[in-house]
Design a protein around this ligand. Structure first.
Ligand code: SF4
Ligand code: SF4
Length: 228
């Protein structure tokens, strides 16, 4: 048993209840531990990779905050948050984040900002077919299905014309294929999914859209090649 100096958790407005989440944040703070936050912008998904509906909503809103600032203010608003780690690729980002951090204090979030964040969350949820966060808790599948990879490609279908090709690359060009068709519906994965996804059913839907006749031909052809 060791004393803890601090803890670090993934936490942002979309992942409020994933992994340690809000519950973990409150628990650690109650024990007197400083809490460091990672993935505050979810690897950019809460900024540049937001769906267009959410980007427009933020731009049109009377809340005068950028997508990044909103996400950071949501964190700084909570007194249990000690420090926020955010990756920055330009001086512009550094300046913006410094400005946000210098103005945001616990309790800073206005009712309008809170509502805007709720609306943006709904935009994000409505923009994807499967609410898979890629946490991998459902893995390994006993039949070898790469569940997060299948859902990643399925979600990309609507906005990325290469999603089907990426699916072939990710699940077929390998020693053991990992595609959705391998699922036997045993349900072992669903019990482990923190998002309570009906994984076997969603895999069936993903298979229907991703495993086209072209996929089947390429999949059959890979039997004649040796992959490592
Ligand atoms: S339901 Fe399908 S994906 Fe889930 S563990 Fe069983 S075989 Fe694997
Ligand atoms: S299906 Fe569920 S458990 Fe598996 S990676 Fe996605 S969110 Fe995580």
């Amino acid at each position: 048993m060791f004393d803890w100096d601090f803890c670090q958790i993934q936490y942002n407005y979309l992942d409020e209840n994933i992994q340690a989440g809000k519950k973990g944040l409150l628990y650690a703070a109650e024990k007197g531990l400083p809490v460091i936050i990672m993935e505050p912008l979810r690897g950019g998904r809460l900024v540049g990779m937001l769906p267009e509906t959410a980007k427009k909503r933020i731009a049109k809103s009377n809340v005068n905050e950028s997508a990044a600032s909103l996400a950071l203010r949501w964190l700084y608003d909570q007194p249990q948050v000690t420090c926020v780690l955010s990756g920055m690729n330009s001086m512009e980002m550094v300046n913006e984040n410094c400005k946000t951090a210098s103005l945001a204090l616990p309790g800073c979030l206005t009712a309008d900002e809170r509502q805007l964040i709720e609306d943006v969350k709904n935009d994000i949820k409505n923009s994807v077919k499967v609410g898979c966060t890629g946490c991998n808790y459902c893995c390994p599948c006993p039949k070898g299905v790469d569940i997060p990879a299948v859902f990643q490609c399925y979600n990309q279908l609507s906005e990325d014309s290469h999603a089907r090709w990426r699916y072939i690359q990710m699940t077929t060009f390998r020693k053991e294929t990992t595609n959705a068709a391998k699922c036997v519906g045993c349900g072992a994965c669903t019990k482990k999914c923190p998002q309570n996804l009906d994984i076997p059913q969603l895999l069936k839907e993903a298979k229907k859209e991703l495993e086209t006749p072209m996929f089947k031909i390429i999949n059959w052809g890979t039997h004649f090649f040796h992959f490592y």
